[in-house]
Design a protein around this ligand. Structure first.
Ligand SMILES: Nc1ncnc2c1ncn2[C@@H]1O[C@H](COP(=O)(O)OP(=O)(O)OP(=O)(O)O)[C@@H](O)[C@H]1O
Ligand SMILES: O=P(O)(O)OC[C@H]1O[C@](O)(CO)[C@@H](O)[C@@H]1O
Length: 331
């Protein structure tokens, strides 16, 4: 068993519902092994600027149901300078931190790998991002809640779209991936889903979107029609796409950008459970000597995955749902 007396923990990148459950599990598990936990604030900024506090059980009481992260999060460009990782490692050494747990996405894990080049202790990652774009785990903490939040919005937009028999484009988050768009689009009964995995969509290529709309109108007449669009799918964004479609078909298409609403809210049960499980597992695996690994869950089994491979983008959106959506999308 590795000797760990002091453990650091931080949340980095986009916050995700369930991060608090993971922090809580880290603290409670560590406490059960008499390990002290230091929480760094604002992601890697806390390491660079020595902004931290020792976490006690009372700090994690009554947080499992809260969105956001009690440690705050941030993007930290300073870690991407040559001096950043050295400074971060120096803080960890100075504070006698034997191991660090980074809760975040694959970008945060790249940062962890840079720090590891200068740090003598162990580092482990816990996947927390609404985007679900991290290899080595079926789901990331926050993804399930984001789907439900997006779904709630889609259902509400459907009501008004139906009343006015309007075409709506609903833009969902997912910087490089269509996980949220595909899942919420399928569950919300969207007529079309557009996401990066379907290939780039250009102004010259609008026919791909137009033909299914026209087909649906022939079949059903005037009716509500919802297109779920993953962010960054069209040059100029979803409002530009709605404008281009409006011009092309002569029927007003409305855009609704859901934005950061998807990052907030009370985590659903699945995210509380995943956060708790992965937070606890991360501590236990550190004690087993794990280093530069991510604590994930694959096919219901807890497992470690090399941090260096978490951003390879080998995890694909559900191919069955993709095929089915494309098959029925024009009906
Ligand atoms: N190559 C890198 N070198 C050093 N630090 C990095 C590197 N890539 C990312 N980081 C650090 O990790 C932080 C978070 O990364 P990023 O903004 O990509 O979010 P993420 O962890 O992927 O989460 P999300 O996708 O949910 O926003 C960055 O702000 C930066 O501090
Ligand atoms: O809040 P910010 O820094 O604009 O980041 C937005 C990005 O973060 C995420 O919410 C999580 O990675 C993405 O879906 C989105 O593109």
């Amino acid at each position: 068993m590795a000797t760990i007396k002091r453990l650091g923990v931080l949340t980095s990148g986009g916050d995700a519902p369930g991060m608090n459950a993971a922090i809580r599990a880290v603290l409670l598990t560590a406490a059960s092994y008499n390990i002290e936990v230091v929480g760094f604030k604002h992601g890697y900024i806390g390491l660079l600027e020595q902004e931290y506090k020792t976490l006690m059980p009372q700090h994690v009481q009554n947080i499992i149901q809260r969105g956001g992260t009690i440690l705050k999060s941030a993007r930290c460009p300073a870690l991407q300078t040559p001096e950043g990782p050295k400074l971060a490692a120096a803080t960890l050494h100075q504070l006698n931190i034997d191991a660090l747990i980074v809760i975040g996405g694959d970008g945060s894990f790249r940062g962890a790998l840079e720090i590891a080049k200068h740090y003598q202790g162990q580092i482990i990652g816990v996947p927390g991002t609404i985007d679900n774009d991290v290899d080595g785990t079926d789901n990331t903490i926050g993804y399930a809640t984001a789907i439900d939040t997006a779904l709630d919005a889609i259902d509400k937009i459907r009501d008004t779209a139906d009343a006015f028999e309007r075409i709506f484009l609903v833009e969902l988050m997912g910087r490089h991936s269509g996980f949220i768009a595909l899942s919420a689009g399928i569950a919300g009964g969207a007529e079309q889903i557009i996401c990066p995995e379907f290939g780039p969509l250009s102004a010259e290529d609008l026919r791909r979107v137009l033909t299914p709309i026209q087909h649906a109108q022939l079949l059903m007449g005037k009716a509500s029609y919802i297109i779920v669009v993953a962010e960054n799918s069209y040059p100029g964004g979803t409002t530009a796409l709605a404008d281009a479609l409006t011009k092309a078909i002569g029927i007003e298409c409305r855009a609704c950008i859901l934005g950061h609403i998807q990052r907030g809210g009370s985590p659903v049960g699945a995210d509380r459970i995943l956060g708790s499980k992965l937070g606890a597992y991360a501590v236990e695996q550190l004690l087993q000597g794990a280093h530069l690994q991510m604590a994930g869950e694959v096919n219901g089994e807890l497992s470690l995955y090399p941090l260096a491979l978490t951003g390879e983008r080998t995890k694909a959106i559900d191919p069955f749902l993709v095929r089915w959506q494309q098959q029925v999308g024009s009906a």
